[in-house]
Write a protein that binds this ligand. Structure first.
Ligand SMILES: O=C(O)CCC(=O)C(=O)O
Ligand SMILES: [Fe+2]
Length: 280
């Protein structure tokens, strides 16, 4: 076996695939939480890449370390300037196994983003990110029933009450009408339709964690207190969609990614990107 092949088989994760409980959680709850799922090397390598090797975030973090208060999060979408660790996330064997086991193998890479949340940053309210499910933005009805998967990575984790992710478990089962608001779901008005109790889960995850969600699920993020013991929370995300037309954020793939891609990776990357008027 050549050195290169060995490296490619290596995973950034401690697990090789999802359990049946994980798969059931995806279908019944709309998400799977994976606490501390990165290997130590995967977690440390990704953190170093984001905080030290990517110049825009390195500079942003330097201003935080200098005691300058930041009014805004750092946010980039798509996040194309990726190093070795974050690049490997796209088709890491564990990630591929989870996607295959939940939605099958006809899917594409959609886009990515990177976010650094500083102390004092406000909350993000309940929302759904499947852009054709229920959304104020223009929707493409042909895409409505297709899966839109968000893989949320939390390299340095979060605690409850400190920039924690929270979800309405089961909310992906409720039809996307105007009446189906997060408030009414939490009041129990849609339990019968969902065939289960819809409930808020405020997550708490150690460093090196990941959350895999069906993007029809309502989710939100709490504020980061000004006196948080964690100076900033790192969040990066890769989004995948079932094969089919582009979504609103389906990104253009940099030519050099395609040039270097394996045949398997090319299947994820070669697809149409979103352009204005692409659905008409
Ligand atoms: O910051 C987070 O933990 C999640 C943010 C989110 O909901 C999103 O990017 O769609
Ligand atoms: Fe979101």
């Amino acid at each position: 076996m050549t050195m290169e092949t060995t490296t490619k088989l290596d995973s950034l994760f401690r697990l090789s695939g999802p359990s049946q409980t994980d798969i059931d959680s995806f279908h019944n709850n709309g998400y799977i939480a994976y606490p501390d799922v990165f290997t130590d090397d995967g977690r440390e390598g990704l953190i170093e890449e984001i905080t030290q090797r990517f110049e825009p975030t390195r500079q942003y973090i330097e201003t935080l370390n200098n005691g300058e208060e930041q009014q805004r999060s750092y946010f980039i979408r798509p996040w194309n300037d990726r190093g070795d660790y974050s690049d490997r996330l796209i088709d890491d064997p564990f990630i591929t196994a989870v996607i295959h086991a939940t939605i099958g193998d006809a899917y594409h890479f959609c886009h990515s983003a990177l976010n650094i949340a500083p102390r004092g940053i406000g909350p993000l309210g309940y929302h759904q990110d499947h852009h054709h499910w229920k959304h104020e933005n223009p929707i493409n009805l042909a895409e409505r029933d297709n899966y839109y998967i968000q893989i949320l990575y939390y390299p340095n984790g979060f605690t409850r009450g400190d920039r924690n992710l929270k979800v309405i478990s089961g909310s992906h089962k409720v039809a996307p009408t105007k009446e189906a608001t997060p408030e009414r779901m939490l009041a129990g008005d849609f339990d019968a339709e969902a065939g289960r109790k819809l409930e808020e889960k405020r997550l708490e995850l150690p460093p090196g964690s990941m959350v895999y969600i069906d993007a029809r699920i309502f989710h939100a993020v709490e504020a980061k207190p000004i006196d948080s013991p964690q100076p900033y929370r790192i969040f990066n995300i890769d989004i995948f969609k079932e094969a089919g037309p582009p979504h609103r954020y389906t990104q253009e793939i940099p030519a050099e990614w395609i040039e270097c891609a394996s045949p398997e990776r090319k299947k994820l990357l070669i697809r149409d990107a979103y352009t204005e008027g692409c659905w008409s």
